[in-house]
Design a protein around this ligand. Structure first.
Ligand code: ATP
Length: 606
């Protein structure tokens, strides 16, 4: 019971909404961790950015010199030098600007590359329960668009903030030195700006989060409908899907507009506060100049510095967007990164030695969702080297038994023991490497026929691949393709029939040569020819191994060594085909439903 509670809690464990400031801090820390390896590039970018700030400082000084010295002295000779100095400074500004942009983009791209790989690696390490809970399109958008969002932060936002802070403090200090009263007057608007920024950043982040969620919804919809396009067309439900897609797009549009509106208010408010500062400086500065306390050049330079000082603030209002947008995306990334798999390998897990395949379920109870039990106090023994078939009505829990053997999930009570070792004590890889699953949902990846068969044994030679294909009755049709084993499968490749796909998946399992086979039998009825070829391929695959066959059609399992009839998550009866027929129980009923003509009792031999 205790372990069940733990699993349920873990299943629901998702990071709660963390405090916003904490997210931003956390995000910076983690992103810094990712860029740490590129410190030389970061340093170069930082040097360029600081050089830029210093150079920006020079131009107002040259203006001041021109107004206060060159013009009163009538020194026309100096004008050319001043012009050249300003142009030279501008050229250097351009050069450093270029260098800093390129280096920062490089660091940003690399950090994103690392983060994206980390996220994908973590997703691969998560268990099936995680993938049951999350939708594919949503996960895809986390790895693509959310990670991209962070790239912006690293390549522009992070450094910009550092240099802006540097520029701001350098100029503020200089201005305090030149005229502290004027500077303090101007800085008086800053608390107001900070207050406004805080207020807006909370709202902007919340609205960005809605935007990212709506992107995920669009992505989910696309994933579902494009992969199920055949179904949509066969139901002629294009208009319905279009309407649903338009709804999701509209949510996305509205969410975007909401953020735009927030920004559209925030930026002018900050600009207005900037102008208030400028007006104060202009009036008070002009008054000082009239009184002769300040030169005209000094007030012009002061106003130029004021603009420079306001630049970081204006930037900040833009960066704030990037930060809030990134923080919203980051929260979605961290939700995945902080999810702990429920099925974890013990630190001292032992590699499973080559198995015989003696599998025992002892008092196993299991539920995908806490309130819907699937297996109840379930006992089952699978004998090594034998074919055990599971039959029973849909939803009885047959596939669940197979999932538990592969340890896709852990039972909440009871234990599963393989050759005397508890599954939980065994290294996952060593277990799954010895298992072959041939399922009714055949998954073939984009790539060649050869790649797809070789998936079971990456180091296999071409001869081994061909031998496996022959054993799976697949060689002939593969050889008839113009490119043979090098034919591409998938969207732009050859189209395979259901039976052909199945034979390729059997070849893949034969090549892997596992000790344990789980066969989740196809429900789709094939033509007799295909059916025969597949049955032949399967009997070669099953020979000499421990096999669990999840059977939907009783015709294929008559010769099984043991047939287990499941109903409502437990075993109703078990025995051979003949024994079960003789018992006249559930199996007999299922049998009569499928073969009404044999009811008289003349069942064919298996
Ligand atoms: N990933 C899942 N998340 C939640 N519930 C699930 C999941 N997979 C299966 N179930 C539920 O568990 C129960 C048993 O499912 P299971 O697939 O093991 O049955 P089955 O006997 O193999 O059925 P079928 O013959 O239709 O394939 C069903 O009620 C099903 O709805």
């Amino acid at each position: 019971m205790e372990s069940r509670r733990r699993t349920v809690e873990a299943a629901e464990a998702r990071p709660g909404p963390r405090s916003r400031d904490r997210t931003v801090r956390h995000m910076y820390k983690r992103m810094f961790f990712h860029v740490k390896g590129h410190w030389a590039l970061m340093l170069l970018a930082l040097v360029c950015l600081v050089a830029n700030s210093l150079l920006e400082f020079v131009i107002p000084q040259l203006t001041r010199h021109t107004i206060d010295r060159v013009i009163p002295d009538g020194d026309t000779g100096a004008l050319a030098w001043i012009g050249a100095a300003i142009l030279g400074t501008a050229l250097l500004l351009g050069l450093f600007g270029y260098l800093s942009s390129v280096t920062m983009a490089t660091v940003g791209q690399r950090a994103v590359y690392d983060l994206r790989n980390e996220l994908y690696r973590h997703m691969q390490s998560l268990d099936m329960a995680f993938f049951d809970r999350n939708r594919t399109g949503d996960l895809m958008s986390r790895v693509t668009s959310d990670v991209n969002m962070l790239q912006q932060l690293v390549s522009s936002g992070m450094m910009q903030i550092l240099t802006d802070a540097f520029t701001f403090f350098a100029i503020a200090l200089y201005m305090l030195y030149v005229d502290w009263q004027l500077t303090l007057l101007m800085l008086a608007t800053f608390p107001l700006m900070l207050y406004t920024t805080r207020k807006f950043s909370k709202r902007i982040r919340a609205s960005f989060k809605t935007v990212q969620q709506s992107v995920a919804e669009v992505s989910n919809h696309l994933q579902d409908t494009l992969s199920g396009i055949r179904l949509i067309k066969s139901f002629a439900s294009e208009d319905y899907e279009l309407e649903r897609f338009a709804e999701r797009s509209e949510t996305n549009m509205k969410a975007n507009l909401r953020t735009v509106r927030l920004r559209a208010i925030y930026e002018p408010v900050i600009d207005l506060l900037n102008y208030v500062g400028m007006v104060a400086v202009l009036i008070f500065g002009a008054w000082q100049t009239i009184r002769g306390d300040l030169t005209v050049g000094a007030i012009v330079a002061f106003l130029a510095y004021l603009r420079l000082l306001q630049n970081p603030i204006r930037h900040f209002s833009r960066i704030l967007n990037t930060i809030q947008q990134s923080a919203a995306a980051y929260e979605r990334i961290v939700e995945v990164l902080e999810t702990k798999p429920e099925v974890v390998e013990k630190a001292d897990a032992v590699p499973l030695p080559p198995v015989n395949g003696h599998i025992v379920f002892r008092g196993v109870s299991f539920a995908y969702r806490p309130d819907v039990p699937v297996l109840r106090d379930f006992d089952l023994t699978i004998e090594p080297g034998k074919v055990t078939a599971l039959v029973g009505p849909s939803g009885a829990g047959k596939s669940t038994v197979a999932h538990l053997i592969a340890r896709f999930y852990d039972p909440q009570a009871g234990s599963i023991v393989i050759d005397g070792l508890d599954l939980k004590d065994v290294a996952l890889k060593s277990l799954r490497e010895q298992m072959g699953v041939v399922s009714q949902d055949i998954v073939l990846f984009n790539g060649t026929v050869r790649d797809n068969i070789r998936y079971g044994k990456p180091e296999a030679t071409d001869d081994e691949i061909a031998a496996a294909a022959r054993a799976a009755n697949a060689h002939e049709f593969i050889a008839s393709f113009p490119n043979g084993y090098d034919s591409e499968i998938g969207e732009r490749g050859v189209k395979l029939s259901g039976g052909q796909k199945q034979r390729i998946s059997i070849a893949r399992a034969i090549l892997k040569n596992p000790r344990l086979i789980v066969l989740d039998e196809a429900t789709a009825s094939l033509d007799t020819e295909s059916e025969h070829l597949i049955q032949e391929a399967l009997s070669r695959l099953l020979a000499g191994r421990t096999c669990l066959v999840i059977a939907h059609r009783l015709s294929t399992i008559r010769s099984a060594d043991r047939i287990v009839v499941m109903d409502g998550g437990s075993i109703a009866e078990a025995g051979t085909h003949e024994e079960l027929l003789a018992r006249n129980g559930k199996y007999k009923k299922l049998h009569d439903l499928q073969f009404p003509q044999e009811e008289a009792g003349d069942s064919p031999a298996g």
